[in-house]
Each structure stands twice: as C-alpha cells, then as structure tokens.
Design a binder for this molecule. Structure first.
Ligand code: S3P
Length: 448
C-alpha cells in the first residue's frame, strides 16, 4: 500500500523510439543552496533555472519563515532578499520540509549558530531518516537538538547563543552533513574546518565563494580539508542553475535502452563530483557524447547526445565512486538489468537511509519484474540477461527516484510495469510525465 494521501498509479509499457530534445529541470542541490545562501546574504539574489519541485518549494517557504523575502517572477525565475549572516528571525510556525533531507539538514545548519529556536518536521519518509548525523556536529558549535528517539524528526533545534568554530571529520560521505557544518560555520567566529575522507558534491563550497565567503580546499592524505572563515558578509548574487544530472539520468538511460532512440539533453551540469553515473555508463558501452562543453554559473555544463546502445555490458562500480552517483543507483540498476552480465555496485550503504531504503526497494521491485539480485548491507548486484520480463506492480515508497527508475524499466520490459504511486516524482522532476511522453514514451496514469 502507498503511504501517500492521493496515490497516482502509473504504468509504463514498451515504447517506440524516443526522439527529441529533453529539457530537464534545474539542479536540486544547487536550487536549495541558492535559496538558502540568498537568504543569508545582504541585498538581492536573482535566480534563473530554479527547480520548482516540491522539495525546493518547501525550502523557499522555510526561508520566508526565517525572515527572507522570496519572490517568484516567472518559470524558474526567483529573487531572494536576504537578512545577512546571523540575521535569521525565529519562525512562528513549525518548518515542514516535506520529503527533503537536503532541505532540512541544510536549514538546520544555517540556523544552528543563531540564537533562535525552530521546530522541523517532514513527511512519513523524512521523519524516518537519521538527523543525528547533522545534530551531532551542530552540537559542537553549541546548538541543542531535541527530537524523537534515534534522532528523528519532528525535532526542535535551539541555536547557539555564542557559537564556537568547529573542526569536524565526516564519519560518512555526505554533502548534506558537510554543508550543514559549513553553513553553521558562517556565523561562528574564526575558522570552521570540515575534513572529508571521500569527496562529495562541492556545490556549497563553490557557491559560498561566489557569495563572498573565504573557503579554501586542500587535498591531504586525510582527504579534502575545507576551511571556512566565519562571519563573512555575503552579498546577493545572480545564480544561473544548471540542469540536474540526476534528473537527466532518467531520459538518458531510457534513450540508451529503447531501440532506435536518439535524444539531446542540453545544458546538463558535468560537475565531476556528480559524474559517476556517466563514467559508469560509458564503461558499460553507452553511446553518449558530450557536446559544446562550457561553464555556466560556476559549473561545467555540456549538451548530452544519447543514442540507443544495444550491447551494454555489466560492470563493477568501486566504492570510491559511490558518492559521485549516489542518487543514480536506482536507474543504474535498471540499465544493469537490461545489460549482459553482472553489475556490482560496491560501497552503497548510504542508499539505505535515502528517501527509502533504495537497496531494498530496487531489489524487491526488480525481483518482482523477474531480475536476479544479490545484496548485502553495502553492495547490490544485478544480474542482467539483456531482457526483463516485467509485469509487476512496484512500490515507490515515497521515493521519486524509485518511481522514475521503474517507469523507465517498464518502457523496455516485455510486459508493462506499474508503479503504485508516481506522485513523489513531483519532489524533483515535476514535468517528468510530459517530458517522457513528449519524447515518445508509453506512460499512462492507471486507475486501480
Ligand atoms: C545532496 C546530497 C546527497 C544526495 C541528495 C542531495 C545535497 O545526500 O543524496 O539527494 O544536495 O547535498 P547525502 O549528502 O546525504 O549523501
């Protein structure tokens, strides 16, 4: 059964060739950060290409609750008039971050060194996810968290009145935790240092510099050492959000798998900390070319031309690549199911604490579709045979990427695949259905 109030069952069936231009939405990670840094700046931040998915809309609402003026001017075009570092007001209501781990964790960081109190909640998925990974380092700054057992939302965070700077080594590869610590460090005097043994997405560091903070990054035997000088004056900026490589992954993989397809996906971020799926697909034998490489808004971008690739083979993804493709394992599992041979995904235990336990969600759904799987805590193995029977109804578990992955599977399975609830897709890719059917995909809402 779906946990959603109004489930939207959706069925995908064998699709004719996918053709055309796929304009995927703005990057989710960068969109959250643009709103939050805009709110922590003096003056106006003007954002174009903002993702208008529910996760980001919830962050926009939260920034208003902390005192920023956030205005929508047109599709993807927003402005934020900020309150400056340390200027957050105490929200009058509970902050509801919906489905978004990024939203709640980054916002907790951003308020943790201001002497205000805020209470956070989310949906049934978010309220199951671990928050101790952010509240532990935020406690070192002097903030206090009071949540449910096991560090779960709903949770109240009391910001530090006299914050001290922190030196913190990440116990897990998490850009959300890194970003929470850096955002908290903004209103602490002196230098806050984060050490990450494995590189994770670096949008916060890039954007903090763009807004005027002093951030240095040094590679050492311990990993990347990121040093932020506290209490800078951040100034509003123009932010052009590139298109999201994690959203692009769905039409890209669909085009690789559906015979006769050729699509163009323009303006996709090629940030190396987000590129693991594309590296892996090329190793599998995918026909993807990266045209017109350029820099936009401080991020490398390119236009992706993708053609049907009939001879994909299974590969092994090493643990050190996992962080750079952490959101792409569901769709990689689908590609793996249609490839020849085993695809072995190592070092993926962080998938167990995403919007759903993504190892379990993919394993159970793929098995229901006739695919052989092996799994342990930290590994997922998909045995591809080049063909997938399909013919199952799969649970999306309030997880947008599980829903989209199984709909792509249905486009190439022998019999249709139904997802019990496609509504979570709105969190990151609200136009998914129209974009995919516009390319030619056979995707319909189904009544149960
Ligand atoms: C994100 C970081 C990742 C990713 C999430 C977005 C971010 O989470 O899964 O979708 O914007 O920082 P972790 O940092 O917890 O791995």
């Amino acid at each position: 059964m779906s946990a959603h109030a109004h489930p939207v069952p959706m069925t995908a069936r064998r699709s004719p060739p996918l053709r055309g231009v796929a304009e995927v939405p703005g990057d989710k990670s960068i969109s959250h950060r643009a709103l939050i840094l805009g709110a922590l700046s003096i003056g106006e931040t003007h954002i174009t290409g903002l993702l208008e998915g529910q996760d980001v809309l919830d962050t926009a609402t939260a920034m208003r609750a902390f005192g920023a003026t956030v205005t929508r001017h047109g599709p993807g075009e927003w402005s934020v008039r900020g309150v400056g570092v340390g200027g957050f007001a105490e929200p009058a209501q509970v902050i509801d971050c919906g489905n978004s781990g990024t939203g709640v964790r980054l916002i907790m960081g951003a308020m943790a060194t201001t002497p205000i109190t805020a209470t956070f909640t989310g949906d049934a998925s978010l309220n199951k996810r671990p928050m101790g990974r952010v509240t532990d380092p935020l406690a070192l700054f002097g903030a206090r968290a009071h949540g449910r057992q096991g560090g779960k939302l709903p949770m109240t965070l009391v910001g530090a009145a006299e914050a001290v700077p922190v030196r913190y080594r990440l116990p897990m590869p998490s850009a959300q935790v890194k970003s929470a610590v850096l955002l908290a460090g903004l209103n602490a005097p002196g230098q806050t240092v984060v050490i990450e043994p494995e590189a994770t997405r670096d949008h916060t560091e890039r954007m903090l510099r763009g807004f005027g903070a002093e951030v240095t990054v040094e590679d050492s035997p311990e990993g990347r050492i990121i040093t932020l000088t506290g209490q800078p004056e951040l100034t509003g900026q123009a932010v052009a959000v590139p298109r999201d490589p994690s959203s692009a992954a769905f039409p890209v993989c669909a085009a690789l798998l559906v015979p006769g397809s050729e699509i163009l996906v323009p303006g996709v971020s090629r940030n190396p900390t987000r590129d693991g799926l594309y590296v892996t697909l090329l190793e599998m034998g995918a026909d993807i070319t990266f045209e017109n490489p350029r820099e936009e808004g401080g991020e490398p971008v390119a236009d992706l031309r993708v053609r049907h690739s009939p001879a994909l083979k299974g590969v092994e993804t090493p643990p050190e690549r996992a962080a750079s493709m952490i959101d792409e394992f569901p769709i990689l599992s689908v590609v793996a199911a249609r490839a020849q041979g085993a695809t072995v995904m190592r070092g993926v235990k962080e998938l167990r604490v995403k919007e759903s336990d993504r190892i379990d969600a993919m394993a159970r759904g793929l098995e229901a579709c006739g695919v052989r799987i092996e799994e342990d805590t930290d590994t997922l193995i998909v045995h591809g045979t080049g063909a997938v029977p399909g013919g199952a109804t799969v649970e999306s578990r309030l997880d947008h990427r599980i829903a989209m992955a199984f709909l792509v599977l249905g486009m190439v399975a022998e019999t249709p695949v139904t997802v019990d609830d496609a509504s979570p897709i709105d969190t990151s890719f609200p136009l998914f259905e129209g974009l995919m059917t516009g390319l030619g995909a056979s995707l319909v809402r189904t009544n149960r």
